[in-house]
Ligand binder design. Structure first.
Ligand code: NIG
Ligand code: FE
Length: 460
């Protein structure tokens, strides 16, 4: 509440029913009981100058200091105001949907069997290769618009539907173009090791070598490198080779682990200092304990001394010394019709830092709506509404090594804010299937108002 008080400010929000600041966890993710702390201020307010918050606090204080010199004042009476959602795991760049596969699965075919017979991811690869960079920008922009309307202001986006040098670079350039032209802040991840392409069917090792060879040229276009560790995709040794090489080049790391089988990905991710390890529907309790040890100590849980887990979290510019965050994606088992979900309750109680994301992709989670994912987190992962909100904001920021900039409403951070058309935050996860996001402010600019997207200057 102190910075730049003499200057005019751009935007003030007053009189919130509930202001969820999520403040105080920019240094490390919330764990254990802390995940229930929302930094809630009733009748709160905030002031924005340029691209960042200058003050967050009780409404009357903000009003007396800032309202008189603000260019615009928004009255948020009866509404919840909170940080923009952060989706830490998407495969948003793809061409073509897979309606036939959806019907096949409803008739009892298994997802991994469809992949083995050349469908699934490989079908999307064929369609994505056939699309030009411009076409992919147009298709993806539509998805990003949907995400923005539903409150996502930062999203990680993976490549992985190219599976050859030219097409993987094409996808990363699509992400780069949209990162410059679209309001959503995009964090690019290289996932060349998403599946073994048809041309390398009998030589997976040759494909691993090829992927490693692309890394120096991928590096300027990606912040993270990821691998799909799974039967029918890549094994532990292959994942380790690719990720170790990527880390050597300065990329931060992510890993798809335990989506269908536990192949030991958690320990690999911890050993390599990955910023996150994602999915984790199948993971042993021993590995959850290891993840908690990699996290910070929490009340009531004091794990034995751990080997120090260093994280490559954040890449360039990050001031945050990260730990490995568990990114849970409940939309996947939901859409695959499975009973088994990640053991989020055990993880949180052990002290594992937990975030949630969509995994938005045409095969295992066709929704990019974080609100729906938060409801699934409550119903299927056993999380409380408060935990789901922490997991979709500040902890998701940590899963991207970006918590020094986003994930909470605090002076000095980027002004990414949602105004929700609900009087209390529990309504957000309770009344599911409805878009509660009325206003989206991204980096200080109003991008959605009255549930409608404002036009933005697209350089795309
Ligand atoms: O995260 N796990 C691998 N990739 C995606 C699915 C991609 C697809 O089916 O197209 C996932 O589930
Ligand atoms: Fe994924």
């Amino acid at each position: 509440m102190k910075k730049k008080t003499g200057k005019q400010c751009d935007l003030v929000i007053l009189n919130t029913s509930e202001l969820l600041t999520l403040a105080g966890a920019s240094h490390g993710p919330r764990t254990g009981r802390e995940m229930r702390e929302l930094g809630l201020i009733r009748d709160g307010g905030l002031a924005i100058e340029g691209c960042e918050f200058v003050a967050v606090g009780p409404s009357r204080e903000i009003e007396s200091k800032y309202a008189g010199k603000a260019k615009r004042v928004i009255d948020a009476s009866g509404k919840v105001v909170m940080p923009g959602f952060i989706d830490p795991h998407t495969h948003a760049v793809f061409a073509g949907w897979r309606d036939k596969e959806w019907v096949m699965r409803l008739e009892g075919k298994e997802y991994l069997d469809i992949l083995k017979s050349g469908g699934g991811i490989l079908e999307t690869v064929r369609a994505t290769r056939a699309a030009s960079q411009e076409e992919l920008v147009t298709i993806t922009k539509k998805h990003l618009d949907t995400m923005l309307l539903h409150g996502t202001t930062t999203a990680e986006v993976k490549s992985g539907y190219g599976l050859d040098f030219e097409n993987e670079i094409k996808i990363l350039k699509v992400i780069e173009a949209l990162g410059e032209g679209h309001p959503i802040r995009l964090i690019p991840t290289f996932l060349g090791a998403h599946a073994v392409p048809a041309g390398y069917k009998d030589d997976p090792e040759g494909y691993v070598e090829a992927v490693m060879g692309w890394l120096p040229e991928v590096k300027p276009l990606a912040r993270f490198c990821d691998v799909f560790l799974e039967e029918g995709a890549f094994n532990l040794a292959q994942a380790e080779r690719i990720l170790a090489r990527a880390r050597g080049l300065g990329l931060a790391l992510k890993l798809h682990a335990g989506e269908f089988k536990d192949l030991g990905g958690v320990r690999l991710a911890l050993r390599l200092g990955a910023t996150s390890v994602d999915h984790l529907d199948y993971v042993s309790e021993g590995d959850m304990v290891e993840m908690a040890r990699g996290g910070k100590k929490v009340q009531g849980f004091n794990p034995p001394k751990a080997e120090k887990v260093q994280s490559a979290s954040g890449g360039k510019g990050s001031k945050v010394q990260g730990v490995t965050v568990a990114v849970l994606l409940p939309g996947v088992p939901f859409f695959l019709g499975r009973q088994r979900y990640a053991s989020a309750r055990v993880m949180i109680d052990l002290g594992v830092p937990v975030a949630i994301g969509t995994d938005f992709n045409p095969g295992t989670c066709p929704t990019p709506n974080m609100q729906l994912i938060m409801t699934l987190a409550c119903l299927e992962l056993g999380m409380t509404p408060e935990e789901a909100i922490s997991a979709a904001t500040i902890n998701a920021a940590h899963a991207l090594g970006y918590a020094h900039r986003v994930g909470s409403l605090e002076a000095g951070k980027r002004a990414d804010v949602l105004i929700l058309d609900v009087p209390t935050y529990t309504r957000l996860t309770y009344q599911f299937g409805v878009n509660h996001v009325e206003t989206v402010i991204k980096t200080g600019k109003v991008m959605v108002e009255g549930k409608r997207q404002m036009s933005y200057l697209a350089k795309i």
